[in-house]
Design a protein around this ligand. Sequence first.
Ligand code: ATP
Length: 197
Amino acid sequence: MARIFIVMGKSATGKDTIYKKLLESEELHLKKVVMYTTRPIRKAETEGVEYHFVDENRLKELQQQNKVIEHRSYNTIHGKWHYFTVNDGQIDLEQEHNNYLMIGTLETYQQIKEYYGKDRVVPIYLEVEDGIRLLRAFRREQKQVQPKYAELCRRYLADEEDFSDQNLSKLGIIRRYQNKDMNTCLYKITKDIKKLL
Ligand SMILES: Nc1ncnc2c1ncn2[C@@H]1O[C@H](COP(=O)(O)OP(=O)(O)OP(=O)(O)O)[C@@H](O)[C@H]1O
C-alpha cells in the first residue's frame, strides 16, 4: 500500500537533516512533495523547488476546489503567511509503489490523516534530549550573520507545549526515534520504513 511518511519533532531535533538523508536513500526510493506558500520568494529560491510560490487568491481558489490537503498560517511582521499542501497530482496513492516523504507539524500529520485516511500516513517522530537539542540549536544559530537568540528561546518553550506527551498520545504517536547518533537513528527509521514498503 502506498503511504506518506511525515518527519516531525521539536526544533533542532534534526528533521531537515534526516529528511534529506531519507530522500537520498536508493533502497527507500521516497518521493518529495513540494508544498505551497504565499510567502514572497527569496533570492536564492526557485519556483517549484523549495515551494510553489502563489498568492492568497490562488489559495482561496484551491480551497474552493477542496484541493488543500493541509494548511497552516503564521502571523509575521510582514503579514499573514500561509503554508499548505495541495492535491495537485503530486501525490498518487493509487500506485502501490509510490511512497512519499514530508516534513510537518503535528497539525500537518492530523490533517493529512483526515484527508487520506489513517492507514496511509506514518509518523516519524524525532526526539533529542533537551540539553543536547538546545546546544545544537544554539550552535546552528551562532553561525548565522545575525543570530536570533530570542526567537530560539521562544521556539524552544513553545515546542514544550506543542509537542507535549498529551498531544502526542492524542494523535497516537507512540514510536519515537532518538536522534543522538545520526547513523543509528537513520538505520532504525530505514528499517521501519522498509517493513512497510
Ligand atoms: N545526530 C546528530 N548529531 C549531531 N548534530 C546533529 C544531528 N542531527 C542534526 N544535527 C545538527 O543539529 C542542527 C539541527 O538540525 P536540523 O536543522 O536538521 O533540525 P530541524 O529539526 O530541521 O530544526 P528546525 O525545526 O529548527 O528547522 C543542525 O545544525 C544539524 O546539523
